[in-house]
Design a protein around this ligand. Structure first.
Ligand code: EPZ
Length: 422
C-alpha cells in the first residue's frame, strides 16, 4: 500500500484547480440506470470511488465510454440488477443503485453496505422510503432483495436527514406512479445537482435544496448532458490547508456558494478569503485563532470538513471545542494527530483541542477519507517529515492531491508500498 511522505514547514502559493464533486458524481452515475438513453457527465473527477462505481454499473450492463474528465453511461438494458458484497463493501455509496434499479427494472439485489470506520452507516431509511413507495423488500444473508411492479408516489417523512437516502428515494420516485413528497430531506448541494440532472432527463423534481422535495413520477426518462458541480469538500480542504500553513492560493473552477459555514469559520480563524465568479482566493500569514464548531446537516458546518478544521485548531492560538453530531466515530484522526504532538481530549462526540505552537512530523496511518486529508494538512504544517500510511483512503476522494500540493510549493512525495506492507 502506498504512503505519502511530506516535509513540513512550507507555505502554499499559487493556483490549484478544483475537481468535480465526488459526492455528486456518485449519485449522478447511478441516475444513468433510470433511462435506456446515454447520460453524459462532464467535470468528472478521476477518483477511485468513481472508477469503482463505473465498474459496478458495467457489471449490471451499463456501457461506459470515458474520455478525459467525461463519461457517457448508457443502460440500454440492465442485464444484472445486482450489486455484490465485494463491490459494496469497498464503496458504501453503491447503495445508490438500489432506488434506480427498482424503479427501472422492478427488482434488485444489493448487498447491505455494512459499517465503515466512521460509523455503522445504516440504510434503514432508504429501505423504509422504498417500502412506503410500494416496494416489497426482504433482507436475506446480507442482501437487500427488492421487488415492485411499479413504485407509487408516497409522502415520506425521513426520521433523520440522510444525504444518500434522499438521493436514492428521489431517483426512485422519478419513475413512480403519482407524486412523492420527501419531507425532512437533505439540503446538500449534491442533492440539488442531482435534481438538476434528473430534470434535464425529463423528471419533474421540485424543492431540491429545501427540506421538502416533490417528485411527480413520469413514465420514462431520456438521456442528458450534465456538468458535475465543483467539489466543495476538496475546496474546503485546500482553504483549510492554506489557513493552517500560511500562504496565498487561488482556487480555480470552484463555487463558494455551498461553503458559507466553512468560509465563516476560516475567516474567524484569521484567514483572508476572497470570492470571485468561479474562483476563490485564500491568504493567511499568522498563526490561526482557535475556532469552535459543531457539525450538522447542510447548510451548517459539514461533517466532511471536521477533521481538516481540527488540524487547524491543533496549531491555533487558544482552545477549541468541536462537536461531531453526524457520525458516532469520526475522531480517529485525533489519535494520529496526538502522535504529532497535538493536545486533544475526546469525550463522546466532543473534542477539546488546545492549540500548540507546532506539530512534529511522525509516521501516522490514514483511517478514512477525510481523516487522511487532516493528516496531510498536519504533515504540511509539522516540523520535519511525516509519513502517512494507507493513503488509498485519500485516493478515493482527492484527485492527484500530491501533484496539486507540489504545484503549490509543498514537499510531498508518494512512496510506493511493498505489496502487503502496512
Ligand atoms: C453522505 O453519506 C456522504 N457520502 C458522506 O461523505 C457525508 O459525510 C454524509 O453524507 C453526511 O453529510 C456521499 O454522499 C457518497 P447520511 P451518507 O445518510 O448519505 C444516519 C465523504 O467523506 N442514517 O447523510 O451515507 C447515519 O448513520 C463521505 O465524502 C441512518 O441512521 O450519510 C448518519 O449518522 C463520508 N439511517 C446520519 O444518518 C439511514 O438509512 C447521516 O448519514 C441513513 C443514514
Amino acid at each position: 500500500m502506498d504512503s505519502l511522505l511530506i516535509v513540513g514547514g512550507r507555505s502554499l502559493q499559487g493556483t490549484v484547480p478544483i475537481s468535480g464533486a465526488k459526492n455528486a458524481a456518485l449519485p449522478l452515475a447511478c441516475a444513468a440506470l433510470l433511462t435506456a438513453d446515454p447520460l453524459r457527465l462532464s467535470n468528472l473527477p478521476a477518483l477511485r470511488d468513481v472508477s469503482t462505481l463505473i465498474d459496478l454499473l458495467g457489471r449490471m450492463g451499463v456501457v461506459a465510454q470515458r474520455e478525459a474528465g467525461t463519461v457517457t453511461l448508457q443502460a440500454a438494458q440492465v442485464s444484472e440488477p445486482f450489486a455484490d458484497y465485494e463491490m459494496v463493501k469497498t464503496m458504501r455509496a453503491s447503495i445508490l443503485v438500489l432506488g434506480p434499479l427498482i424503479a427501472r427494472c422492478g427488482h434488485a439485489r444489493v448487498s447491505l453496505p455494512g459499517g465503515c470506520a466512521i460509523g455503522q452507516r445504516p440504510v434503514d431509511l432508504h429501505i423504509k422510503g422504498l417500502v412506503a413507495m410500494g416496494a416489497r423488500i426482504e433482507v436475506n444473508h446480507g442482501y437487500i432483495e427488492a421487488h415492485a411492479e411499479r413504485l407509487r408516489g408516497a409522502r415520506i417523512v425521513m426520521d433523520m436527514v440522510t444525504v444518500t437516502g434522499t438521493e436514492n428515494l428521489m431517483m426512485a420516485a422519478t419513475l413512480a406512479e403519482g407524486t412523492t413528497l420527501l419531507e425532512n430531506a437533505a439540503r446538500e448541494p449534491e442533492v440539488v445537482d442531482l435534481a438538476l440532472c434528473l430534470n434535464a432527463m425529463g423528471a419533474r423534481v421540485s424543492g431540491a435544496g429545501t427540506d421538502v422535495i416533490t417528485i411527480e413520477g413520469v413514465s420514462a426518462l431520456h438521456g442528458a448532458d450534465h456538468r458535475i458541480m465543483p467539489d466543495r469538500i476538496e475546496t474546503g480542504t485546500f482553504l483549510a490547508a492554506v489557513a493552517a500553513t500560511g500562504g496565498d492560493v487561488r482556487l480555480d473552477g470552484t463555487d463558494a456558494g455551498s461553503l458559507d459555514a466553512v468560509i465563516d469559520k476560516l475567516r474567524e480563524s484569521g484567514a483572508h478569503i476572497e470570492i470571485g465568479t468561479g474562483w476563490m482566493r485564500v491568504a493567511a500569514s499568522n498563526r490561526p485563532l482557535a475556532v469552535n464548531f459543531r457539525t450538522a446537516p447542510y447548510p451548517a458546518f459539514p461533517t466532511d470538513m471536521q477533521a481538516q478544521l481540527m488540524t487547524l485548531d491543533c496549531i491555533a492560538r487558544g482552545t477549541a471545542v468541536i462537536a461531531e453530531t453526524i457520525f458516532e466515530n469520526r475522531f480517529m484522526h485525533a489519535l494520529e494527530l496526538r502522535r504529532m504532538g497535538a493536545e486533544i481530549e475526546l469525550s463522546g462526540n466532543t473534542a477539546v483541542v488546545r492549540g500548540v505552537p507546532q506539530l512534529q512530523g511522525a509516521r501516522v496511518m490514514a483511517t478514512d477519507l477525510r481523516a487522511s486529508a487532516s493528516l496531510v494538512i498536519a504533515g504540511l504544517i509539522a516540523e520535519g517529515e511525516t509519513l502517512i500510511d494507507r493513503i488509498y483512503h485519500l485516493d478515493r476522494g482527492y484527485e492527484s492531491i500530491e501533484t496539486k500540493l507540489c504545484n503549490l510549493g509543498a514537499d510531498v512525495r508518494r512512496v510506493r508500498g511493498a505489496a502487503g506492507s502496512a
